[in-house]
Design a protein. Structure first.
Length: 132
């Protein structure tokens, strides 16, 4: 069972995320590389929210390969290329992740590998160990 860490001795989270998540011994971890808002057919939507949707859809596909899902995400690192994209990204994240929410970091960066990208998301997920 995961232990979501939000000590009362420090300022509460600014948004829907946990300060930390403790993973029990014997769990397996899956680390997903940063996913951009690009579809399998190379389509890149203009809208930052639509790009965030694609980022999380791509992550969900990766997690399915290991038998996990978005509900197993314990850590999110997200990057947006402009402050104006923060709300669109956070709206998608908040819709996909309930309470308690994963630990999360959101950064504004100068840009990505291609100019049309506005959002990139990477995650860590934890699940039960597979039977040997």
């Amino acid at each position: 069972m995961l232990n979501y860490l939000t000590p009362t001795s420090i300022k509460p989270p600014f948004a829907r995320y946990s300060h930390g998540v403790e993973v029990p011994a014997g769990s397996r971890l899956v680390f997903c590389s940063g996913q951009l808002g690009i579809a399998a057919d190379d389509a890149v939507p203009e809208d930052a929210g639509a790009q965030a949707e694609l980022c999380f859809a791509n992550i969900a596909a990766i997690l399915r390969e290991s038998g996990l899902g978005l509900n197993d995400v314990i850590r999110i690192n997200a990057f947006v290329s402009d402050r104006s994209y923060l709300r669109a990204y956070m709206d998608v994240r908040d819709r996909l992740f309930g309470h308690p929410a994963p630990a999360s970091t959101l950064m504004i960066v100068a840009g990505f590998t291609r100019e049309e990208f506005k959002v990139e998301v990477e995650v860590v997920a934890a699940g039960k160990a597979r039977d040997a």
